[in-house]
Design a protein around this ligand. Structure first.
Ligand code: ADP
Ligand code: MG
Length: 688
């Protein structure tokens, strides 16, 4: 049962309420200030904070603590230490010092570093990020105190996802403060907000355990399309089945205790596909929370005899899963991407909008990189998710406004003059409640941008860190221009925005992103279309990107190189694993069944001939022909896949896997259903 009083909401988080209860007054005030202003923790209060945190954690049943971080594997990492310290023979006490809280040293030699750390300097260092509060993870026999941390090498090089995210938040915060000053706004707090919608599949655990491909790679490398899948659109927003609702409420109960504002739940487009969307939050917290959401989904599924698949494309032929990242900037709590009701606020809105358009146009390639990966390759551009071309959708009303600014002419006939920035009010811009254009990877949805390209399994920090940085650069570029201008502010700003829109409007696209015409049109406009992971990794070497990320201190040259290495390694490892799994299944599970059936048929045919039975021979003959040909095909295609695996080149492995899949999926529809060694799509996607 979910707690309708919401009294348990956030009870597993060491947030303001707990801080005031468990820390001395002055320490509490200092810690809260630190958390709000994103300052490093004052070392002099660390011991007092640690003591209070430990007392709280013990009350919650915690026996251990861990620094909780996000290495470059894409997942999270934790190494538990007991509070226990021996205090004499057969005596022990619970201890947790300020030192334990602030930082840690972990043997990092087995985490990917992309060459940043040689094995002889194997240590990695964790440091508490006080902007994300400590929390409790419960398990059946107790609990663990988790302290969100960054993870760096001895040199300070980032070995994780959070460090560059925090750096990028700084960058965009400073740029925003600078621009708001130009608009004469009093100094205020900048908040970058993120709401990440999480899509996932659930299947019964029994099926999962009998699919080595799902177990090892997260996706099915074989499986014939079922007659009915998502053609009737009868799953989307359908009534949620009781078993799933039980699972969802258990997920929500755990998330709410963790202070994660899980808000929306529904059936998604594909059968057995679902979505969970939390309310948006401060971006750093939202990223941590999304990592926890994925973990809670997986664990709760297991407890319910289900498996949660977070892979971008677990099943061929039906929709894959994404993670829509809704992003915005607030100043003093007011959303800057919300069109205001007075001309001054609208000028700010239009300036930020233009900055974002410029940023996406100039740096679409590196933003595309942030969504690259073996899993997402199956999804992007597959007529169910946005293409690999990064473009911006603004909607009719806003497109018209931008056009007026660009051309200096009113779009309306009635002799009106064109929109004057800072003088005129904006026409009403409706909120995108209907998801009018789901085919755009980067859509303005009334008061935020929705980046739809990221994959369901990906850490949001990857794309958000890049988005923050490129926007910071554009906002700064606009500030530089404004600095250099004299004259009337509004008029100069109008001219500046006009120039920006003229220069970067090619990235604006409101048409059908799934259509065949768009890639051609995009090519004409000179927009990059980086279709595969390997193509999308290349922009990391683009000197423009290198300079940009170095300038903002988000990723140094060597950190960029390390990310390229890790992305390539991750990609080729995953493809190689998939290839090997496919080969093993084809040879050791599928082939014996087909061979067995074929030989039974051959025996039956021989026997029938011997006995002079004529009837049925045609049917048996035709089937044995098909099975025999399939068996030969299987042999040839397995040999080819094996060769490709030996050579180790991803493109060839992928092609050989695809070829093999054709044969196996055809055989699936021929072989005796009872003997087929793998659970089928029509079972996995419908029986739960
Ligand atoms: P839709 O379902 O049409 O895409 P919603 O309004 O339901 O749109 O929002 C989807 C996600 O966007 C939610 O996580 C929501 O909290 C988030 N969101 C709403 N406003 C903002 C904002 N200003 N900044 C970031 N995310 C936002
Ligand atoms: Mg949405």
């Amino acid at each position: 049962m979910l707690d309708t009083t919401l009294k348990t909401y956030g009870e597993d988080v060491f947030s303001e309420r707990e801080i005031r209860e468990f820390l001395p007054k002055e320490t509490a005030a200092k810690l809260i200030a630190t958390m709000k202003d994103s300052r490093p923790l004052d070392a002099s209060i660390a011991d007092a904070v640690a003591h209070g945190m430990k007392e709280w954690a013990l009350e919650k049943g915690a026996t251990h603590f861990t620094h909780w971080f996000q290495p470059l594997t894409g997942g999270t990492a934790e190494k538990h230490d007991a509070f226990l310290e021996p205090a004499g023979v057969a005596l022990a006490v619970n201890k947790f010092s300020g030192k334990n809280l602030i930082g840690g040293e972990a043997d990092a030699s087995s985490f990917p570093s992309g060459g940043l750390r040689s094995t002889f300097e194997a240590r990695g260092y964790t440091a508490w990020d006080p902007t994300s509060p400590a929390f409790i993870k419960r398990h059946e026999n107790g609990a663990t105190l988790c302290i969100p941390t960054v993870f760096c090498a001895y040199t300070g090089d980032a070995l994780d996802m959070k460090t560059p995210l925090l750096r990028s938040i700084q960058a965009v915060t400073h740029a925003t403060e600078r621009l708001m000053e130009k608009f004469g706004k009093p100094k205020s707090h900048v908040t970058i907000t993120l709401g990440a919608e999480q899509e996932y599949f659930l299947i019964d655990r029994d099926f999962y355990m009998r699919r080595p491909d799902l177990l090892q790679t997260g996706r099915t490398v074989f499986g014939a399309a079922p007659a009915k899948h998502q053609q009737l659109d009868d799953h989307y927003f359908g009534a949620i089945r009781p078993r799933i609702l039980k699972f969802m409420t258990e997920v929500e109960d755990r998330l709410w205790r963790l202070g994660i504002p899980a808000k929306t739940r529904h059936n998604e487009v594909a059968p057995a596909q679902f979505e969970l969307a939390p309310m948006f939050e401060d971006i750093n917290l939202a990223v941590d929370h999304n990592m926890l959401i994925m973990e809670v989904l997986r664990q709760t599924a297991e407890a319910n005899g289900l498996v949660c698949l977070l892979h971008e494309k677990p099943f061929e032929g039906v929709n894959g899963s994404g993670k829509h990242c809704n992003w915005s900037i607030a100043y003093g709590g007011k959303n800057l991407l919300s069109p205001g009701d007075n001309p001054r606020d609208n000028a700010i809105f239009l300036t930020f909008l233009s900055a974002i358009i410029r940023a996406i146009d100039l740096h679409a390639d590196i933003l595309r990189f942030s969504t690259a990966g073996a899993g997402n390759d199956h999804r992007l551009g597959a007529n169910e998710a946005p293409p690999a071309i990064i473009s911006i959708f603004l909607g009719d009303e806003l497109s018209a406004v931008m056009k007026e600014i660009e051309t200096g002419k009113s779009g309306q006939k009635a002799g009106r003059t064109a929109m004057k920035v800072g003088v005129d009010a904006l026409p009403p811009i409706p909120r995108d409640t209907t998801d009018r254009n789901r085919t755009s990877p980067f859509a303005f949805t009334g008061n935020k941008f929705e980046f739809r390209a990221p994959g369901s399994s990906q850490n949001c920090a990857a794309s958000q860190m890049i988005l923050n940085t490129i926007v910071a650069e554009s906002v700064d570029a606009i500030c530089d221009k404004l600095d250099a201008l004299g004259g009337d502010f509004n008029e100069e700003l109008q001219k500046l925005l006009q120039r920006l829109i003229r220069k970067h409007k090619r990235v604006l696209f409101s048409g059908d992103g799934y259509g065949d015409a768009w890639p051609k049109e995009a090519a004409k406009r000179g927009l990059p279309n980086l279709k595969s992971t390997m193509e999308a990794i290349a922009p990391l070497d683009n000197p423009v990107n290198r300079a940009l990320f170095a300038k903002y201190g988000v990723l140094s040259d060597s950190e960029m190189t390390s990310r390229r290495e890790i992305a390539m390694e991750d990609y080729s490892s995953r493809i190689l694993i998939e290839g090997k799994v496919a080969l093993e299944i084809a040879r050791s599970m599928v082939r014996p069944v087909v061979a067995d059936e074929f030989s039974r048929l051959a025996t039956a045919i021989g026997q029938a001939k011997k006995d002079g039975i004529k009837v049925g021979l045609r049917g048996l003959g035709a089937l044995s022909q098909k099975l025999g040909a399939g068996l030969d095909d299987l042999h040839v295609k397995c040999e080819r896949l094996e060769k490709a695996i030996t050579k180790g080149e991803a493109v060839h492995i992928i092609a050989a896997m695809k070829n093999l899949r054709n044969t196996v999926d055809r055989l699936e529809l021929l072989v005796d259903d009872k003997r087929w060694p793998l659970p089928k799509y029509r079972q996995m996607l419908f029986i739960y």
